[in-house]
Design a protein around this ligand. Structure first.
Ligand SMILES: *[C@@H]1O[C@H](CO)[C@@H](O)[C@H](O)[C@H]1NC(C)=O
Ligand SMILES: *[C@@H]1O[C@H](CO)[C@@H](O)[C@H](O)[C@H]1NC(C)=O
Length: 238
């Protein structure tokens, strides 16, 4: 396999046959600006040495984050098709993500500027932030027979995947956990959608679920990006 020169502006996919993480390079020319030195502002990195011994583990984690992102996309798409047609739920969705206050790097190029420590930190901040909404979703959905079973099983899978990703980052970057908790504490941002999620007003409930699936999909995409950048660095191919 030819080494990937860089990955900003490339789409990632996996080739299960080769059993290794691969890049299908779909170059998007507007992002080519990001090529070059992968991390111009990154100083010496405390994780640099330890990362290199973790390639295989990171490949597994990147698979997982890829599936996490993919499943979130499917959930959002299905919800949108089934329950949000003709509604205006989308109007408020982006601005009401409970994780907005963190200003976690938005895209691959922005994330690319961060060192490994910060990338792992943002990964955990986002994953931790979804523990409560996911928990409540999984608790709430069975009592609302209105959504198909698939949503419940997908939400449960999302929870499990998130737990595994958290455990993975925590086990290899234990040092950052305090900083993660501090960041979350400082942003004083927590999910406040429970009253809407459990409301007896169907429209309110669905609007909240729309937000939830929309924001989860966005954040799962961020997590996936951060983990793939970390994985990429363990391979020193970018
Ligand atoms: C996303 O998940 C679905 C269902 O598990 C699967 O069929 C599809 O191939 C996946 N897509 C990607 C890009 O991994
Ligand atoms: C969007 O938010 C505004 C302000 O909170 C609210 O008045 C409005 O009803 C919301 N629109 C929709 C479609 O939910």
């Amino acid at each position: 396999m030819a080494p990937a020169p860089s990955f900003c502006g490339h789409r990632w996919t996996y080739n299960p046959i080769r059993g290794s993480c691969l890049l299908l390079l779909l170059v998007m020319s507007n992002l080519l600006l990001c090529q070059g030195n992968p991390c111009p502002s990154c100083g010496p990195d405390v994780f640099a040495t330890s990362l290199r011994s973790l390639t295989d583990l990171f490949i597994n984690a990147a698979w997982l984050s890829h599936d996490f992102h993919n499943l979130s996309k499917i959930m959002f798409k299905k919800f949108n098709e089934k329950y949000a047609q003709g509604k205006l739920y989308h109007i408020n969705a982006t601005k009401s993500c409970h994780t907005n206050a963190f200003h976690a790097p938005e895209d691959r190029c922005e994330a690319h500027q961060l060192n490994n420590e910060d990338l792992s930190k943002w990964t955990l901040v986002l994953l931790y932030s979804w523990n409560s909404p996911l928990y409540h979703l999984v608790t709430e959905l069975p009592s609302r027979k209105e959504l198909s079973e698939t949503f419940l099983s997908s939400a449960m899978k999302m929870e499990t995947m998130s737990d595994k990703l958290q455990a993975f980052i925590e086990s290899h970057f234990r040092k950052i956990i305090a900083a993660v908790l501090q960041t979350m504490h400082d942003a004083a941002s927590s999910w406040s959608g429970l009253p809407s999620l459990t409301s007896s007003d169907e429209d309110r409930r669905h609007s909240e679920m729309y937000n939830l699936f929309h924001c989860l999909h966005r954040d799962a995409g961020k997590v996936d990006t951060y983990i793939k950048i970390l994985m990429c660095r363990t391979r020193r191919t970018c």
